[in-house]
Design a binder for this molecule. Structure first.
Ligand code: IPE
Ligand code: IPE
Ligand code: MG
Ligand code: MG
Ligand code: MG
Length: 310
């Protein structure tokens, strides 16, 4: 094949693959939304609290963590009906973390996913309790799936607790707050992002691969892939906070500057942040190749996260 032809072939293939990922994501979002609703509806929750929980769950998140989990599971031959309760669990934890992240005591933001933040729509106390409710229900969701064995459930509960707790995502949120009003080194910034954003993405990919039946070696390789994905995700989040379109991202642009956060664009400049992003995207692709799975979805997710505009 000559060069012109091969370029044409590559770009056509890329478009097809992107289209395939779009269709895949749309499908999975439907499944995830339906399961989340069903689970929360089946519980006896005081009405205002249930409304507030459903309000944030329905606000139109991208669902990238549960999608990553289902794709990683599938890459090793897993079935959605085994992974779905864990995929819902990670989305519940993520949604709780956003409700609390937006509170006046934290980032004090008024919009999220294009709508008033939970405490703006309801009130602070209800928002705190909606977060508490989602956090605890996540673990209930994992244990409530008869297609997982007891030892699988124990492993998944333990790993999700570690990833989301005070050594994981909660640690990241604490370090992020402590980093306000001072300039961090790139190493410090990365250490925050690995926890704040990286841990839930890492859990999603590793849990999916585990449920799908990956062996220990494969789990390690998927973990490296997911760690780069986490850094990539946060760089793009920081970039969108500078150059994003509020209409698309559904949350205020410039929140990081208002809160004097260290971010990639602030440390490296916008151009430097864009270059760092390319570097991590390449690293993620190389790690995925080593993981030896033939999954175009896991590869497409790298490009999706890197180029997302919302
Ligand atoms: C935003 O996460 C918060 C970060 C961890 C950077 P997402 O960009 O995945 O938010 P939603 O779920 O799509 O709203
Ligand atoms: C939030 O990070 C991360 C978690 C909630 C764990 P950010 O504060 O950067 O997220 P956005 O920009 O408000 O979505
Ligand atoms: Mg924050
Ligand atoms: Mg925030
Ligand atoms: Mg942000």
């Amino acid at each position: 094949m000559n060069k012109a032809n091969s370029n044409h072939f590559l770009s056509r293939r890329k478009n097809n693959v992107t289209q395939a990922l779009q269709t895949y994501m749309k499908d999975k979002v439907e499944l995830i939304n339906q399961q989340l609703e069903q689970f929360i509806y089946a519980m006896q929750i005081p009405e205002r609290l249930q409304d507030s929980i459903l309000y944030s769950l329905r606000a139109g998140g991208k669902r990238i963590r549960p999608i990553l989990m289902l794709a990683a599971s599938e890459a090793y031959g897993g079935q959605d009906n085994r992974a779905i309760s864990v995929a819902c669990a990670v989305e519940m934890i993520h949604t709780y973390s956003l409700i609390h992240d937006d509170l006046p005591a934290m980032d004090d933001d008024d919009t999220r996913r294009g709508q008033p933040t939970n405490h703006r729509q309801y009130d602070e106390a209800t928002a705190i309790l909606a977060g508490d409710g989602l956090l605890t229900t996540a673990f209930y969701s994992i244990t409530n799936n008869e297609r997982l064995t007891d030892s699988e459930k124990a492993y998944l509960v333990k790993e999700l607790a570690k990833a989301s707790g005070p050594e994981g995502m909660v640690a990241g949120q604490m370090l992020d707050m402590e980093g306000e009003n001072r300039t961090l080194t790139l190493e410090e910034l990365e250490a925050i992002h690995r926890r704040k954003t990286g841990e839930l993405l890492r859990f999603s990919a590793v849990a999916g691969a585990f449920i799908g039946g990956a062996n220990a070696q494969q789990l390690e390789e998927i973990e490296t892939y997911a760690n780069y994905l986490g850094l990539l995700f946060q760089i793009q989040d920081d970039i969108l906070d500078v150059i994003g379109d509020e209409q698309h991202i559904g949350k205020p642009v410039g929140s990081d500057q208002t809160n004097q956060k260290s971010t990639y664009p602030q440390l490296l400049g916008l151009q430097g942040a864009l270059e760092q992003k390319e570097h991590y995207a390449l690293k993620a692709k190389q790690s995925l190749q080593k993981a030896g799975v033939d999954s175009s979805y896991l590869e497409d997710i790298i490009d999706y996260i890197s180029n997302r505009y919302k």
